[in-house]
Design a protein around this ligand. Structure first.
Ligand SMILES: Cc1ncc(C[n+]2csc(CCOP(=O)(O)OP(=O)(O)O)c2C)c(N)n1
Ligand SMILES: [Mg+2]
Length: 329
């Protein structure tokens, strides 16, 4: 008997959808809390929030396998949470406390996890791109079948070192997915003012690297594109570019008044494209969850984030002697 086709039903189980909902919500609530703690003066230095972009990292993590690596820019809290790093450890790092993942000495842009294969957290725009190619080189050398997700922004995509990395990655068929998180702005500069083409995914053509654009507000579309890219890399065919079209709701960093765009533009994105609302509505219309189920999840996530914030506030500042540890002599 032929399977009945439904155009409405996504090719995903209820359990998976619920997981994506939870993971995206965790990032959203965590970032909102980080914004609050910043406002209270508990977080010093730069703090770049990921609110609006949650579907990118959650969709790609769904396409990853154990042992795959990830490396990204300074807009990195979402990546850490999505690969399973402890929310308390991340938050305590933001507040510069001993319990932080870099013992309170790194802050928002400098956290790592060997266990979760998360290689940072990089403040220099584009710097992580050659490093990501290097991670993939190591895996290719070892022949372990691992893939590296190398994330960078639309602004970073205009950096020279990105193309040096593309060249070598293509030359050596490195298993790296170059993920361009195109949130349409680089600090206060819109993509149309900084970038010669609206289609950044074509930038690999000169190197023979295939690329495609993806709806980054739709976690299922991201996952599907991620699976395709990862399969390409694992088959030994070399790098792949995903330009994931997304949007950040907040300013570039906490100190950005965002005068370069209208409130209406942001409002429209939130109302019409929000990645979490899209999954919420799929869950409800598909009867995979009730309003009460979702309320219970909201509470569960809120509790995790509050516990992380309490831990971050209660953890002591690092001891003065820590100034002399974890440094090159
Ligand atoms: C080499 C370098 N140049 C400039 C900066 C200052 N800077 C920090 S973020 C940024 C914009 C990057 O935008 P994009 O790559 O689109 O990433 P997004 O912030 O949107 O995630 C700039 C110019 C920097 N950190 N490093
Ligand atoms: Mg950007």
């Amino acid at each position: 008997m032929a399977a009945r086709k439904s155009t409405k039903k996504p090719n995903v189980s209820a359990e998976e959808l619920l997981n994506y909902y939870k993971e995206m919500l965790l990032i959203r609530r965590f970032e909102e809390k980080a914004g609050q703690l910043y406002g209270m003066g508990l977080i010093g230095g730069f703090c770049h929030l990921y609110i609006g972009q949650e579907a990118v990292v959650v969709g790609l993590e769904a396409a990853a396998e154990e042992g795959d690596k990830r490396i990204t820019s300074y807009r990195d809290h979402g990546h850490m949470l999505a690969c399973g790093m402890d929310p308390g450890g991340v938050m305590a790092e933001l507040t510069g406390r001993e319990g932080g993942l870099s013992k309170g000495k790194g802050g928002s842009m400098h956290m790592f996890s060997k266990e979760k294969h998360f290689y940072g957290g990089h403040g220099i725009v584009g710097a992580q791109v050659p490093l990501g190619a290097g991670l993939a080189f190591a895996d290719k050398y070892k022949g372990n079948g691992r893939v590296t997700f190398t994330y960078f922004g639309d602004g970073a995509a205009n950096q020279g070192q990105v193309y040096e990395a593309f060249n070598m990655a293509a030359l050596w068929d490195l298993p790296v997915v170059f993920v361009i998180e195109n949130n349409q702005y680089a600090m206060g500069t819109a993509q149309s003012r900084s970038t010669s083409t609206p289609d950044i995914y074509t930038r690999g053509e000169a190197f023979g690297i295939p690329g495609e654009a993806v709806d980054g507000m739709n976690v299922l579309a991201v996952k599907e594109a991620g699976e395709k890219a990862v399969a390409h890399c694992r088959a030994g065919k070399g790098p792949y570019i995903l330009e994931i079209k997304t949007y950040r709701y907040r300013g570039h960093s906490m100190s950005d008044p965002a005068k370069y765009r209208t409130r209406e533009e942001v409002q429209r994105m939130r109302e019409e494209r929000d990645p979490i609302e899209q999954v919420r509505s799929m869950l409800l219309t598909g009867k995979h969850a009730s309003e009460d189920d979702l309320k219970a999840i909201d509470k569960e996530i809120k509790d995790v984030v509050n516990a992380a914030a309490d831990f971050a506030k209660e953890s002591p500042e690092p001891a003065v002697e820590e100034l002399w540890t974890d440094i090159y002599a």
